[in-house]
Design a protein around this ligand. Sequence first.
Ligand SMILES: Nc1ncnc2c1ncn2[C@@H]1O[C@H](COP(=O)(O)OP(=O)(O)O)[C@@H](O)[C@H]1O
Ligand SMILES: [Mg+2]
Length: 248
Amino acid sequence: MTPALEAVDLARSYQLEGVSVDALRGVSLRIDQGEFVAIIGPSGSGKSTLMHLLGCLDRPTSGALRVNGTEISALTDTALASLRNRTIGFVFQSFHLLGRTSALDNVALPLVYRGVGKVERRARARRALEAVGLGHRLDHRPSQMSGGEQQRVAIARALVGEPSVLLADEPTGNLDTRNGDEVMAILDRLNADSGVAIVLVTHEPEVAAHARRQIHVRDGLIELDTANRQGASAGGVAPEDHREEGDG
Ligand SMILES: Nc1ncnc2c1ncn2[C@@H]1O[C@H](COP(=O)(O)OP(=O)(O)O)[C@@H](O)[C@H]1O
Ligand SMILES: [Mg+2]
């Protein structure tokens, strides 16, 4: 099956007052359809930069990225936005919702850009909100909701277009434990039921443990990818050892 995402030697430098910051220095990884991956690493190690590149919110300084098999470097900004809209959902730490717009309209918004008609939009947005347990909050505004509910609205918005991949940058970072657990339970269920691949960034080992694969990033490079440790490149050969290493 075509990988959901395939990055080869991705690099990204930022120019800041004449100084070049090498935020990402050559990252290669493949995310298969249906995977659940956690990206872990110290603050400033390049996690968000990597997520923005994988999510086509930004372009690499060098390196290649294929999204569902399409190499993005030759795409115009419009074509890239369209590819992103159809294949990628993004969830941010701080939700990024329109505070005074109903949950239903927030969730329906990505479908506006796709030219879906209003009745169909609202029906799909309602189903997406029901899938995150917010079927009773359709007309509520994010400004009237708890942080956990707002993040669930953001997840519904990310998934309303039925993307192949959900990218979540510290989705529980602004939530207390209870709301964080609830959001993770929803992500677990969505990954299992709909088969959407999930890549999430987290500082919290308990959150990272929800994923089946962990990628450790440091100084703009991948330090460890548990997919490689388990011989995932062996082409269909089952790993002999399924034990997880304790994280102490
Ligand atoms: N827009 C930007 N302009 C300049 N430097 C940036 C920008 N975004 C990130 N950086 C720098 O790139 C490095 C990686 O940042 P980031 O990807 O946000 O790390 P993380 O998400 O792991 O905390 C840091 O040194 C950060 O200061
Ligand atoms: Mg970050």
